[in-house]
Ligand binder design. Structure first.
Ligand SMILES: [Zn+2]
Length: 126
């Protein structure tokens, strides 16, 4: 287990609102964790594809689709290099703090404001 944490600044954007800045703490993922995440995605999609084999006609489309989506999502999952441990960013619309925790650090990401319910776009600050 890698115990080191990285703090990075993030920028929150919203339609018709000035961007706001916050901070998140990220735990870097080890290569074994990244491979495990990728295999989990691959297994999920390929499992759904296996179930789709038993549906006539639609299996001609769904099985190849699940196989390809499994490979693509597994590749994307192995490219995620960190896990957000804690952090928050103020909502650009209403100023309510939006708490970010226990999610993979895939940029850009979105979160919903708990106060105003609008979508917030979040990306690392430049
Ligand atoms: Zn809000």
């Amino acid at each position: 287990m890698n115990a080191e944490m990285i703090e990075i600044g993030v920028e929150a954007t919203m339609y018709r609102a000035a961007p706001s800045v916050g901070v998140v703490r990220i735990r870097p993922l080890e290569i074994s964790e990244r491979i495990r995440n990728g295999l989990a995605k691959l297994g999920t999609f390929w499992g759904v594809g296996l179930v789709c084999v038993f549906f006539p006609i639609v299996h001609l489309v769904l099985v190849p689709l699940c196989l390809m989506l499994g490979l693509q999502s597994a590749w994307k999952a192995t490219q995620v290099r960190g896990l957000i441990v804690s952090g928050s960013v103020p909502c650009p619309g209403c100023g309510e703090p939006c708490v970010l925790s226990a999610r993979l650090a895939q940029w850009p990401m979105t979160a919903a404001c708990v106060k105003c319910g609008r979508q917030i776009g979040i990306c690392p600050a430049q």
